[in-house]
Design a protein around this ligand. Structure first.
Ligand code: AMP
Ligand code: FE
Ligand code: FE
Ligand code: ZN
Length: 296
């Protein structure tokens, strides 16, 4: 079972990288990708957890778990009819010390924190018990803070019952408190990931309930300029969009991935709810030169 898109508490999941590796192993995942938003800060802890599991695994005869280290890049893309939309791009097995990636991820994380402050101010002005600065003070200084953190603060304050409910009622893009952050132009992000030896996959391109999405034509254009794959099987994609994406991927020679986008208790989807086929993983790994797949 191959799950190529998961988050730890280093970004907006709720499992520590160690817990995430344990969750994956317990669920029978054989290949886990850690793809926190705009950071590689969880890579070392996940690798250490994998090594710990390896010794336990061999003692018990349990099948091993392999770790694909990656990140989900916040980008902005042409929408295909003259405007732009935000889009998420999965980068796998790139060199985490690549100076362009280090600098760009720092820039996005800085903007993320500014935006939590700005949304917090709007919420406070609207009478909601949210203090962006206090929220940020509880996170590491370089955290890729996001709306789920505000959602948890709303849960803690008793305003809503869950983070998903906070999204539905208060954190939506078309809601009164939303503030945009800086996002990397998607073509630049694809080029950056490739230059660092990584592989780029367009994450949940048709996750329509989150907001406006790209047209299929945009994915075709990106395929011509270095995009390697597209995430087709994702909890936020309906059957029609999956079929359309699968056909498009076949025409353009894009890898088709599937993944849970697991966020611990910040979302309802369990790990490995959607999975990737083994030949796709093999093709992805063959193309990558920036980091190794780690075995437990
Ligand atoms: P941000 O990156 O701060 O704009 O927040 C977006 C993140 O919130 C996404 O990466 C998702 O993980 C999460 N998210 C988006 N929609 C929902 C939802 N309806 N319920 C829970 N989490 C969501
Ligand atoms: Fe997220
Ligand atoms: Fe995403
Ligand atoms: Zn994600």
């Amino acid at each position: 079972m191959i799950d190529l898109h998961t988050h730890s508490a280093v970004s907006d999941g709720t499992d520590t990288p160690t817990e995430l590796v344990a969750t994956a192993a317990a669920a029978g995942v054989t290949v886990l990708a850690l793809t926190d938003h705009d950071t590689t800060a969880g890579w070392d802890e996940a690798a250490a957890a994998l090594r710990g599991l390896g010794s336990a695994g061999s003692a018990s005869g349990a099948p091993g778990l392999r770790l694909v280290r990656g990140a989900e890049f916040s980008t902005v893309s042409p929408d295909g009819h003259g405007g732009t939309v935000t889009a998420h791009l999965l980068g796998y097995l790139f060199d985490p010390a690549d100076p362009d990636i280090v600098a760009e991820q720092e820039r996005v994380r800085g903007s993320r924190r500014e935006r939590v402050r700005a949304m917090g101010e709007r919420m406070a002005a609207g009478g909601l018990p949210i203090d962006g600065d206090a929220l940020l003070a509880r996170l590491p200084a370089d955290s890729p803070a996001g709306r789920p953190h505000i959602g948890q603060a709303l849960v803690d304050a008793g305003v809503v019952g869950s983070v998903p409910q906070a999204f539905e009622e208060l954190l939506r893009k078309d809601g009164p408190y939303y503030v945009e952050k800086y996002n990397t132009p998607i073509a630049a992000a694809i080029a950056m990931i490739a230059a660092a030896g990584g592989v780029a996959v367009f994450a949940h391109p048709f996750a329509r309930r989150r907001g406006p999405c790209v047209d299929a034509a945009v994915i075709r254009d990106l395929a011509a300029t270095g995009l390697h794959g597209v995430e087709v099987d994702h909890p936020d994609h309906d059957a029609d969009d999956r079929a359309a994406l699968r056909a498009l991927a076949a025409e353009e020679g894009l890898l088709v991935t599937g993944s849970s986008d697991y966020h611990g208790t910040n979302k309802t989807t369990p790990i490995a709810a959607e999975t990737t086929a083994t030949p796709v993983l093999d093709a992805l790994v063959r193309r990558a030169t920036g980091a190794e797949v780690l075995a437990g």
